[in-house]
Design a protein around this ligand. Structure first.
Ligand SMILES: [Zn+2]
Ligand SMILES: [Zn+2]
Length: 372
């Protein structure tokens, strides 16, 4: 016990007791309400979004330099339901009592961070639905083992509230580059002792330039150390207009994280995403059959950010002793993940294709096609 006496207690805990029976409340994605397991009590969460506003990015980045994070450590959790005491990581948002099974949200975890979440999107995909989505998704696609659908075993499904940065920016880009247009010329070439006519592909290059003004709205960057941006990109978009003011009560019954990617590194990633998209837009303007020497000069202004919490199912399944990861958008149900590839199917399709081409060539050569 002396260990506990020396360490400090977690002070800011969320209190969510059921007003009718005193049990702990939790957020139900199925009912989209804050509910009680015991007596069936339900209450709506606040739909206000007055705090989900854009904040000035450059000011926040400047202030971030002076922020010295408090030393984080383990603290004592004092379970109100059963009186048990145990140590927990201060940065952990969810505290589960191993003795009575009750759970709580550690609000102190958020205080250790410089920026507090302004908005949260509540889960809309309940666990049962997530399982169904997995079954549907795992059976899709051609190049996967036929037994995947029946033998893939769900390993883990974690409904996690993941921290994100979203960025807005006004951009103005000047671009120039060369667009190439392909054309064919007939040339006479000497083959052995004879001359033959042959079609040769040539490219005419043309310099072009232009200007693009574009406003980027809510470019989403993962602030989690557990969720890879490439996985995230494939389950976008989120309906961000449905974000409500941050309310930790929506996290009860769910796993959650505080951000591990600081704002400056988040913006680095966001800036990369914006530049990539701008380059793609310029390529579309440039046109042509092929392109070279494209240069884009961009100026950005009025950059803003928000820190929001979004619902994601982080999952994995087993197949043939291997573990594959997948993620589900907890709001829209969009799924993306890894699947094993049945190489024999890929090779078979390639072989059929090669045979098909070869037979056409053979038929042309042998005069079956009277075209030429
Ligand atoms: Zn109750
Ligand atoms: Zn307890």
């Amino acid at each position: 016990m002396s260990d506990f006496e020396e360490s400090k207690q977690i002070e800011k805990l969320l209190d969510v007791d059921c007003p009718s029976c005193g049990s702990k409340l939790f957020y139900s994605a199925e009912h989209r309400q804050i509910s009680c397991h015991h007596c069936g009590y339900k209450e709506d969460y606040q739909r206000d979004n007055t705090q989900v506003v854009e904040l000035d990015l450059s000011a926040a980045l400047q202030q971030l330099c002076y922020f010295v994070p408090e030393k984080t450590d383990r603290k004592v959790y004092d379970c109100k339901s059963c009186g048990a005491k145990f140590m927990v990581d201060v940065e952990k948002t969810r505290v589960n009592c191993g003795f009575c099974g009750s759970e709580n949200v550690n609000l102190e975890a958020f205080d250790h961070k410089y920026i507090q979440p302004s908005g949260i999107l509540p889960f809309e995909v309940p666990k049962k639905k997530a399982e169904d989505l997995f079954q549907e998704w795992v059976g899709k696609g051609w190049f996967h083992p036929g037994k995947l659908k029946t033998l893939a075993r769900l390993d883990a499904l974690h409904g996690v509230y993941i921290p994100f940065w979203t960025f807005d920016a006004e951009t103005s880009s000047d671009w120039k580059g060369e667009a190439g247009f392909n054309y064919y010329e007939t040339v006479r070439v000497k083959v052995g002792d004879n001359y033959q006519q042959q079609q040769v592909q040539k490219t005419r290059w043309e310099w072009r330039s232009g200007h693009i003004n574009h406003f980027f709205d809510d470019v989403i960057v993962s602030a989690s150390t557990n969720l890879d941006q490439r996985f995230l990109d494939r389950i976008l978009p989120f309906k961000m207009d449905q974000a409500v003011n941050f309310d930790a009560r929506l996290m009860v019954g769910w796993e959650s994280e505080i951000y591990g990617v600081e704002l400056d590194n988040g913006w680095k990633k966001g800036n990369e995403i914006i530049n990539e998209q701008l380059r793609f837009m310029c390529m579309q303007e440039l046109g042509g059959d092929t392109q070279r020497n494209l240069s884009v000069k961009t100026e950005k202004c009025n950059e803003t950010y928000k820190h929001v919490i979004l619902p994601i199912w982080l999952c994995s399944y087993r197949f043939n002793e291997k573990i594959y990861r997948f993620v589900i958008n907890g709001q829209t149900g969009k799924v993306h993940g890894q699947k094993p590839i049945a190489w024999w199917k890929v090779i078979l399709v390639v072989l059929i294709f090669v045979l098909f081409i070869a037979s056409i060539v053979w038929m042309r050569e042998s005069g079956i096609f009277a075209g030429d």
